[in-house]
Ligand binder design. Sequence first.
Ligand code: ADP
Ligand code: MG
Length: 675
Amino acid sequence: MTSAAAPLLRLTGVSRTFGEGVSAVTVLRDVELEIERGEMVAIMGPSGSGKSTLMNVLGCLDRASGGRYEIDGQDVASLSDDALAARRRESFGFIFQRYHLMGHLTAQGNVEVPAVYAGTPKAIRASRSAALLERLGLGGHLSHRPSQMSGGQQQRVSIARALMNGGDIILADEPTGALDSHSGLEVMQILRELHARGHTIILVTHDPGVAAWAQRVIEIADGRIVRDRVNDTHQATLTDATARAQCAPSRNDNLDGRTPIVATTEPHRSSTGWMSGWPTFSESLSMAWHALASHRLRTGLTMLGIIIGITSVVSLSAIGEGTKRRVLNDIGNIAPNTITVLRGKDFNDDKAAEIRTLLPRDAALLAAQPYTDSVTPQLGPRTARMRFGRLDTDAQVHGEGADFMRANGLKLARGRSFDASEVERQAQVALLGENTLKKLMPNGGDPVGQIVLAGSLPLRIIGVVRDRSSMFVSRSLNVYVPWTTVASRLAGQQHLESITVRILDGHPPAAAEAAIIRVLTRAHGQKDFFTFNMDTIVKSISRTSQMLTLLLSFVALISLVVGGIGVMNIMLVSVTERTREIGIRRAIGARRQDILRQFLIEAVLVCLMGGAVGVALSYAIGWLVATFVPQVAVVFSARTFTAAVACACVIGVVSGWWPARSAARLDPVDALARE
Ligand code: ADP
Ligand code: MG
């Protein structure tokens, strides 16, 4: 390759222009510069002369607008963004005037970052960063945060960071600019020692005293190199400075020129093996965790959006599911799978009352059908004045057959039902609904065996029927009496008004209904009746309740979307707020995809944590509701849970992707410039 002959860095006719058209500002003009390996060069010039711009071009933080820049004979313009990141990571070590440490990381954490992006294993990273900090006199400050350290200490941390991956070429932009003279001196001593150990040092300064440390001083004015000279005072300054340093009280300073700063300054630039990797997933995860943990308020606010969204989705769909099940259960309570035969064409047929063809033998006929579970011939209900002792009330008297409990799906609360022989002999017995019982015997006591009057007809109470608990059936007052008794003693008629047939479980109700119509039409010679299928009602009610669930889910979804937008908003703001951090990470070698990954993982992590809290909160709400508002049913399903987790992930990715992309797209120099 050309590297044997080519200088380490060579700029040929390099210019840098910011902006376009009339607002274009040319900061560097026609810069010709060669820097050899192992040199220590100071770039001097007044403020605004283009020193930092030149430095950024040299360090691959910025690209030249014109001319050619070669590193080791390789044209930088031909390098991809990732290759430039690799250069920054493996060849260069940056030292900034304002240190540019990350506030949420410890000293050691900061020093390790370039190695994280280089894929160095954790253990090696830890020992190397600790050794570097130790050598730089910060052995006792490994776990200090930047805010707990002085400027000089922070600058030494940043030097350690620059050396972490080897730091062959150290680029220091006004490294002493923000330091007091003592700390400045320490930093210069370190740089000089690094130079002595073979590092190439390029130093920007406007201070001649600092420039005096270098062998070669390049002066720049108005974007042009105006002077490039070998520093003849170099040696003298060195001796002078060494003498001063030896006199200076430096407690933490073990840089006496004999202790090597870096145990291993051998280049870590190999692009194979563990150095070529990038942060592993668990590495990225722990970085994300640190970033989140160090910005609690922001993380909390982001999570809040997700928590609200997930909580509403999970608890609303649990309530929706519960309501649906309760509705279905209630329908099951209203009646089992029954078909009722009534007289006339339909419910509005005003001639129905005159039809006398529905007879007990029809009930017997239907009872014999293969699909029939049970049948009850019915008469009524008739409203009658019920009297018991001094109390009385209107109630619905139902004339029923012996099988009515089973056919109607009713349950006995007390006593017994009447049997076929009692129906046969028109026994004056009655079963009271619980509501009726409460009306007539409000003080409790055993009603069985007592006599009530229905109008003027005395009836012996033989049992109590449980009223259906349902949101659809009004709290009616029911009394059940053998239909024959109602026929002869109350209604004065011998024909039936309806027959309820309970269909065997598993038998298709529609087929049974068609068969009933066929059988009865043949028996009557005409169709003077109509049927009423409970199954149809059940279906339409469950459809309604499904609509309700859907509506609830929709409301929940909206709050989830709103939560997601909130997350995205905060993520966007956080990217803006963290631009400097992104700039630092890019400057020390993070690739675009590393930044993208970091922000995505942060977003997904926030959303998953928010989702977990949301699910927990939903369960708590569900428990509270179930405990204190028993009317509302809450049913959590695995589906709801999975959906919530999936939602959280999707929101995380979607809301994280956009800000992450805009963060990753930033040029390192632009990101760094934004304070
Ligand atoms: P120095 O480091 O020597 O003080 P800089 O290299 O930072 O100077 O800047 C040189 C000139 O370029 C200044 O006038 C500055 O305003 C201008 N400049 C630097 N960066 C930009 C930029 N991104 N856009 C426009 N002008 C810039
Ligand atoms: Mg500058």
